[in-house]
Design a binder for this molecule. Structure first.
Ligand code: HEM
Ligand code: HEM
Length: 190
């Protein structure tokens, strides 16, 4: 007998939601990234020049926290696979969604690492959570700082592009397909 097609009244069974730890990591990283974008792009343009040093300290502290969280999240992901994608999703979109998810892991680890290297090259020591100094990976070198800082900014642009693709996908599922994919990532699921 042919498999029963999902209908609006009987949405497709998407199986288990993401586990609670994965959902907590997801929304924690969303919050930290939003704070980081505010610190990197919005605060410098609205606060006085005299606040520049403290903005930089916050950028390094929050960014290092993203690095630590992403490393823990990656380790968790390796032993807790993602739930399968909806079966009625065209192959191209399924590949795009999975590629975006894995690209987030890569970019959200490499981007802060580049920032750490750039900070060292500019002679600064980032502090994890604003408290614990991170080991020095590079000796001060202004030219190296500018090169690595440039790569860091390219990675930041890549992150913004991934966020645009990912949020468009989430809205497509929530508003057009209404297939329950969003619910798998929302807090409070059993
Ligand atoms: C998700 C994490 C991060 C994002 C989205 C991010 C984003 C950015 C952006 C957009 C800029 C350019 C700001 C501007 O020129 O107006 C920047 C600069 C910079 N960031 Fe980050 N950053 C992150 C993590 C980090 C970390 C972890 C560190 C260090 C531990 C760091 C250190 C730096 C430094 C030193 C610069 C100046 C680079 C230069 O001008 O050559 N960043 N970051
Ligand atoms: C900084 C912003 C974001 C990042 C870095 C991010 C990252 C990720 C990653 C890596 C995954 C794969 C699951 C995992 O391995 O943990 C994922 C899944 C998911 N995200 Fe996001 N996300 C962001 C923003 C959002 C927003 C704003 C929404 C909702 C509007 C959202 C909704 C979802 C949903 C529903 C899934 C599950 C998709 C599925 O079941 O196939 N995300 N996200």
């Amino acid at each position: 007998m042919a498999a029963k097609e999902p209908t609006k009244a009987q949405p497709m069974d998407l199986g288990q939601p993401y586990d609670a730890v994965s959902r907590t990591f997801h929304w924690l990283v969303v919050a930290l990234v939003l704070v980081q974008i505010t610190i990197a792009l919005i605060l410098p343009s609205i606060l006085p020049k005299s606040a520049e040093d403290s903005i930089a300290v916050w950028h390094l502290a929050n960014g290092s926290t993203i690095l630590l969280t992403m490393l823990l999240r990656f380790a968790w992901r390796l032993v807790h696979p993602m739930p399968p994608a909806p079966t009625d999703l065209p192959t191209g979109l399924r590949i795009l969604a999975r590629a975006t998810h894995w690209a987030f892991y890569l970019v959200l680890i490499l981007l802060p690492l580049m920032g750490w290297l750039a900070a060292n090259a500019y002679g600064s020591t980032p502090r994890l959570l604003g408290l614990i100094p991170l080991p020095k990976l590079l000796n001060p070198d202004q030219a190296a700082g500018e090169t690595i800082g440039g790569i860091h900014k390219v990675f930041a642009m890549l992150l913004f592009a991934l966020i645009a693709v990912h949020v468009s996908g989430a809205l497509y599922h929530a508003l057009i397909k209404r297939d329950g994919v969003i619910r798998r990532m929302l807090p409070g699921r059993a």
